[in-house]
Design a protein around this ligand. Sequence first.
Ligand SMILES: [Zn+2]
Length: 114
Amino acid sequence: MHELSTIYYVIDTVEKLAVENNLKEIGSITLEVGEVSGIVPDYLLDFWQYARKKTEMFQNTDLKIETVRAVTYCQDCKDTYPTIPQGKTCPYCGSGNTFLVTGNEYNIKEIEAC
Ligand SMILES: [Zn+2]
């Protein structure tokens, strides 16, 4: 259940930031989610609807989700390619000597005060 822990991470992080910056209410939070992170944006939004009602600060906060494209690097031809739909095999040279550069992470991109 990646999505629920992601929501708790968002709430924890933004709450700390809000306290540090003396914000009482948050207008919106923009979250970047990697294409191959295994996180389903629809589930995130569902959990958000549920979780925000339990806090005073996030009652009226919108959660916006932006997808980050997954990129893989080939160590043999030193080039990058889109992970979807190629996967772990380099489309240029057929090598499996590759690793994921971006697309497996999530992070908070932007927080907007009311
Ligand atoms: Zn290659």
